[in-house]
Ligand binder design. Structure first.
Ligand code: SAM
Length: 350
């Protein structure tokens, strides 16, 4: 099963598809941090801006995967959607799908994409589905779903939208796998941190700013900035505290406890935006810890000399375990992909 990977990042999604038995024939990402991690752990990656890549340069394939940039749709960002230049990159995915006509297409994005509208006022997801269903010949049967990663064994309450499109000649629509029953204790943060071998590499954290450290020192396990008495809060937080309604009662500096499932690990890794504080030590979770929460294996290596870049690429990634579950489900529902692969292998053997 030959796979073309667009917006590959450091390879979270690709790692899951590799584990399910797919072969990556071309990958692309223009970010140097992502390229470095990808080439160390997975293989070759084309470093160009996808907008400069001609469709003819992309090899034929059975499947195209793409986690196109999510900042324009993210609730953590300013949600400029398609007005942001990065918000139209889905068109690059459609351009390449149109040229290659793979059997299956997989897109992944943040929850915010569900409510974004394009310049005509049409919901962006409807527009993307319409393009795949009608504007590309022979067209695709498309389904998408908001998935909570912890429902599939990932120790993180991460919500992401997955779209799976199967070319119409296969005459079927993808059915998303049912959630797996997981023991909450297994997914709890303390258990995940304890699972990391003492000698695992990349146990290095990005130091907190002096103000973030001041905050961390006053927040108990399971607390947040709201645990700090008002008179000890820095001026900016006091201002927000006085106008909680206006600021919609933000949950800054959430410090998850060891017996909770952690929230989304984000690319920014700022304690204001995500629960990145260690449950009992006054520091950020380190690179290996967030990689483990994202289900990267312990021998997947990151670049310690580009530390903030590593938080970015890990936070951006699809948890490999979740990708693997989707990848395996696709093989179950489109077994023709496996059959064709076996035939190719037999031809090579002769
Ligand atoms: C959400 S991340 C993808 C993460 C990936 N799916 C994973 O599982 O690791 C989006 C990626 O798109 C890349 N990107 C953004 N604009 C691009 C462009 N114009 N050309 C190539 N890559 C681009 C970014 O560098 C980023 O790594």
């Amino acid at each position: 099963m030959e796979l073309v990977s667009l917006f590959s990042g450091c390879g979270g999604m690709d790692l899951g598809f590799l584990a399910a038995g797919y072969r990556i024939v071309w990958a692309n990402d223009f970010d140097s941090d992502a390229q470095q991690v990808y080439s160390t752990n997975i293989g070759r990656i084309d470093p160009r801006d996808i907008r400069d890549v001609d469709e003819d340069e992309v090899p034929d394939c059975d499947i195209i995967t793409a986690g196109f940039p999510c900042q324009p749709f993210s609730n953590a960002g300013n949600r400029r959607g398609v007005k942001d230049r990065r918000g139209t990159l889905y068109e690059e995915c459609l351009r390449i799908v149109k040229a290659k006509k793979p059997s299956v297409v997989v897109f992944e994005n943040v929850r915010g994409i569900l409510s974004i509208r394009d310049h005509t006022g049409t919901k962006l997801m409807d527009q993307i589905c319409r393009s795949l269903e009608i504007e590309i010949s022979p067209g695709y049967n498309v389904d998408y779903r908001l998935i909570k990663a912890s429902d599939y064994g990932v120790p993180q309450n991460r919500y992401r939208v997955f779209l799976v499109a199967i070319r119409k000649d296969y005459a079927r629509t993808f059915t998303f796998p049912e959630p797996i029953t997981c023991d909450k204790k297994t997914l709890a943060l303390g258990n995940v941190l304890n699972s990391i071998p003492k000698d695992a590499k990349n146990q290095i954290d990005w130091p907190l700013s002096p103000q973030a450290l001041y905050m961390a020192e006053r927040i108990p396990e399971g607390g947040s900035w709201k645990s700090i008495p008002y008179d000890q809060l820095p001026e900016r937080f006091q201002r927000i505290h006085r106008q909680m309604k206006k600021y919609r009662s933000p949950n800054f500096y959430r410090r998850f406890s060891r017996n909770e499932i952690i929230g989304t690990i984000t690319a920014s890794a700022q304690p204001e935006n995500c629960g990145i504080l260690h449950p009992v030590e006054n520091r950020r979770l380190n690179i290996r810890e967030i990689a483990t929460i994202q289900t990267f294996p312990h021998d997947f290596l990151f670049n310690e000399s580009k530390i903030s870049g590593m938080y970015k690429v890990i936070g951006n990634a699809v948890p490999p375990l979740l990708a693997q579950i989707i990848a395996e489900e696709i093989l179950l529902q489109v077994p023709e992909l496996v059959k064709r692969d076996l035939e190719t292998c037999q031809r090579w053997a002769i």
